[in-house]
Design a protein around this ligand. Structure first.
Ligand code: PLP
Length: 386
């Protein structure tokens, strides 16, 4: 009947017909396809969110606030002039690995694997061992990428709450390792976001108890008084993870995994060829040749951390946690963290709000140690926000 009506009005019929045709040609609503095809654990994730700093002083991401002197920038650019962009990079970045071995005192009999940031190495480790039912274990709170990468690679993530003052709860860790038989245990040393070094004897107990890998993640080694790099080889399942990000090269994306060659040879099979580009290799080599500049900046940050810590402790109502890293965790009076964070932001200072994470981090904020001027601006904004 309706069709008959349309036939009487050829133009209307034509328009309706074309409408149906273009509907057919339109892409289908992708929602159903996505629900069908995307793995449920991926759909359940929220992507790693990085806030836009706008014009704020940026003290949220553990970056080194210092750049290079002009002469050094000129020499670096001159170096890059000779880098052949038309050629693939050295696939194993041998020269860069040699420089890193010297700079980070990797024992001579240990291997080195490079990643596009240590995040990529965490992903490669997980890809090497993942299988249905297998677990990654880490204390909680700790670095969020351990959980995220476990989920993305189809592994279970098992977290064990930290004890008092964010130290390892050794009994709980050993019990969980026995129960879960994790393929990998991640220990950030110092820990992010709490800033403390775990008890080294407790780490050794975990190394002895775990049948899987134990990754000691030393992203903040440059700011810490201790390291497991020198003890590599003492346990066949110990690997040490490092990065250049926190010492002044966050934009470069270069991480390093050191450990027994037998393990690294297996993990290396998950690495995409040429994961470290020619510009990164040349720039990192250059930076390591001028390591004294980075070392001086790191020393400066360590000294300023002590000043910032003392100033925070002097503020009434804050609980401030000692730090072996380039950031400081502190707890505001109950229920105040969100407003203090917002107050800082209104005053032009961006730090990290951990209150939303909840659990042991309720009311907690984390500030990166900046330049003396940035730290002073942060403290002034904090006093006004409290
Ligand atoms: C920042 C951080 C990393 C990641 O470093 P990238 O090399 O920049 O990927 C790894 N582990 C911990 C504990 C960190 O805090």
């Amino acid at each position: 009947m309706a069709k008959d009506v349309f036939l009487e009005f050829p133009f209307v019929s034509f328009v309706v017909e074309m409408g149906f045709r273009s509907l057919n040609r339109m892409p289908r609503d992708s929602r159903e396809d996505i629900e069908h095809w995307v793995r449920p654990e991926i759909r359940a994730l929220t992507a790693y969110h990085v806030p836009d700093p706008g014009q704020c002083i940026k003290l949220d991401a553990m970056e080194n606030p210092y750049g290079w002197p002009d002469e050094l920038v000129d020499a670096w650019l001159e170096r890059l002039r000779g880098v052949p962009l038309n050629r693939y990079p050295d696939p194993t970045a041998r020269r860069l690995r040699d420089s890193l071995r010297a700079a980070m005192e990797v024992p001579a009999d240990m291997g080195i694997l490079l990643g596009n940031g240590s995040d990529e190495l965490i992903q490669m480790i997980a890809q090497t061992v993942t299988a249905p039912g297998r677990a990654i274990l880490a204390p909680e709170p700790s670095f969020v990428m351990y959980r995220l990468i476990a989920q993305v690679t189809g592994m279970r993530f098992v977290s064990v709450p930290l004890g008092d003052d964010f130290g390892l709860d050794l009994d709980a860790m050993l019990e969980a390792i026995e129960r879960e038989q994790p393929a990998v245990v991640f220990l950030a040393y110092p820990n992010n976001p709490t800033g403390n070094l775990f008890d080294a004897a407790a780490v050794r107990r975990i190394l002895a108890a775990a049948s899987g890998l134990v990754i000691v993640d030393e992203a903040y080694a440059a700011f810490a008084a201790d390291s497991f790099m020198g003890t590599l080889g003492s346990h066949s399942n110990l690997l040490v993870l490092r990065t250049l990000s926190k010492t002044g090269l966050a934009g470069l994306r270069l991480g390093l995994l050191a450990g027994p060659p037998a393990w690294l040879n297996e993990i290396d099979k998950t690495r995409l060829p040429y994961n470290i580009g020619v510009l990164n290799q040349a720039s990192a080599e250059f930076a390591l040749e001028h390591r004294s500049v980075l070392d001086a900046q790191t020393a400066r940050i360590r000294a300023d951390r002590a000043t910032l810590f003392a100033a925070l402790v002097a503020l009434p109502g804050l609980q401030v946690y000692p730090s072996e890293a380039n950031f400081i965790l502190f707890r505001t009076p109950a229920g105040r963290a969100d407003t203090v964070f917002a107050g800082l932001r209104e005053r032009g200072v961006l730090i990290k709000n951990l209150n939303a994470v909840g659990g042991a981090l309720h009311d907690c904020l984390r500030v990166t140690v900046g330049t003396p001027a940035e730290n002073a601006a942060f403290l002034a904004a904090l006093r006004a926000s409290l």
